[in-house]
Ligand binder design. Structure first.
Ligand SMILES: *Cc1c(COP(=O)(O)O)cnc(C)c1O
Length: 445
């Protein structure tokens, strides 16, 4: 048995806390936190059998600094993936970010009609803008598209059947799997067709008195190619209408304007009864799930008890409202600007960095490549770009950049550590060049 013994050299926590160095720390940190840090330090010394008197104070201070340091950091996205889910998808416009900050720091008419003084609906202001922007009859906004899908299936199809093609049972980013969402909603999923081929007759044959809806899921992050057959939204729409069933379209990325071969919200609204998509993909707003469609379906969803659990907060409301007004006014939001950047503009920007780095003795070159939209949108769309490719060991450079301040996320292309200018925001150039220089210096040692 190990002997649990406090070495004679170790002082007690209370004694230490009254020494001047620790009294000083207590001016910056709450007493309890300093006590925890001291206790942890003493435990460590006891464990190792080494009394670290000399470095003890510095170690306690470092521990306190680490405990209270910000975890969520602003990073520079050099990957070229515009809607990078791990990096928070769409960066907001300055106006939308400011609106969110204003809403966060004060009170607002979140659920209050200022005109009448009556209690209002959280989605009301947003619904009005969404209707104007898309000509949808009704709208609801929830926490994200997964929530929108769950709420739609629960409110409209719980205990009944929903028909979906086997070619559309998607997984988005590891945790959103259509069969799981379906199970959770209490709707029974009726799969039709095969992975690569589904015909209209497959849907027709599956419709029974238990059918609550037809579901189309946009295969936003992959394509099935080769020997394939799929039923168009138009055909599904005709069938749904003939059989008096709602057609739900999980659109995912939600393109308002035509971009590559993405289905647009307008087309989808024209054919489906309910259209669902994310607010932080091609719309370029905050994380949320946008639900558009027929008024009685949207009402059923907004009155369902689950809606309360999936509702958005006031910061999201403010950011989305501003994003929607910008879209309505035709002012490009950052996602649109990034997707629209031409290869020539990007080459000039990368070249500018290259010259700056050369001035500081850091070697690099330019490499033509593709950016990606990401976030489960436009999987095959080639967005031509020019990368800044750093000289030196690629993976060590990428690690140094990721651990830098601010962290920079690079991508490895052709065995080189590269930065794609498409996703480096305006105003980040100087900081980026500093970070690249620092990482290059680190890996040269
Ligand atoms: C992205 C996506 C989702 C998930 O949306 P979240 O807003 O991340 O919840 C669901 N369905 C499709 C088709 C998608 O593309």
């Amino acid at each position: 048995m190990r002997e649990l013994r406090k070495p004679a050299a170790l002082p007690g926590v209370g004694t230490l806390l009254n020494q001047p160095a620790y009294v000083r720390l207590r001016e910056s940190y709450p007493h309890g936190l300093v006590a925890d840090a001291v206790r942890e330090q003493l435990a460590l010394e006891r464990e190792s059998g080494v009394a670290g008197e000399a470095d003890r104070e510095a170690a306690v201070a470092a521990r306190l600094a680490a405990w209270t340091a910000p975890r969520l950091r602003r990073v520079i996205n050099g990957t070229g993936v515009v809607l990078h889910t791990n990096l928070g998808r769409a960066p907001l416009s300055r106006a939308a970010a400011e609106a969110a900050a204003r809403a966060a720091a004060g009170y607002g008419n979140v659920e209050l009609e200022l005109e009448t003084g009556r209690r209002g609906e959280r989605s009301a202001v947003l619904a009005d803008l969404l209707r104007r922007l898309t000509s949808a009859p009704a709208a609801l906004v929830v926490n994200n598209n997964a929530a929108g899908t769950l709420l739609a299936l629960t409110a409209l199809a719980r205990g009944r059947e929903v028909i979906v093609s086997r070619g559309q049972l998607v997984e988005i980013g590891g945790s959103f799997r259509m069969p799981d969402v379906m199970r959770l909603s209490g709707a029974r999923m009726v799969e039709v067709g095969t992975t690569n081929r589904t015909r209209l007759g497959d849907y027709e044959d599956a419709i029974t008195s238990r059918t609550a809806a037809l579901l189309r899921v946009h295969t936003s992050n992959y394509r099935i190619t080769g020997f394939t057959e799929a039923v168009s939204l138009e055909e599904l729409s005709k069938l749904a209408r003939a059989r008096d069933l709602p057609l739900i379209d999980d659109l995912g990325s939600g393109a308002l304007d035509p971009i590559a071969d993405e289905p647009t919200v307008g087309e989808s609204l024209h054919l489906a009864d309910l259209v669902l998509f994310s607010g932080d993909k091609l719309l370029g707003g905050p994380q949320c799930g946008i639900v558009l469609g027929r008024a009685e379906l949207v009402r059923k969803m907004s009155r369902h008890p689950l809606a309360r659990a999936l509702r958005i907060d006031k910061m999201t409301m403010a950011a989305l409202e501003t994003t929607l007004r910008e879209r309505l006014l035709g002012r490009p939001v950052p996602v649109q600007t990034m997707l629209a950047a031409t290869s020539e503009e990007l080459r000039r920007r990368a070249a500018f960095w290259m010259v700056k780095l050369a001035d500081r003795g850091v070697g690099s070159g330019l490499l033509e490549a593709d950016s990606a939209a990401g976030g489960g949108s436009l999987p095959e769309r080639g967005l031509r770009t020019w990368l800044l490719a750093l000289d030196g060991p690629a993976s060590r450079l990428a690690t140094a950049l990721r651990r830098g301040d601010p962290p920079v996320l690079a991508r490895i292309e052709a065995d080189r550590c590269c930065i794609d200018p498409r996703t480096v925001l305006r105003g980040e150039d100087e900081t980026l060049v500093d970070c690249l220089e620092a990482a290059a210096a680190l890996t040269r040692r």
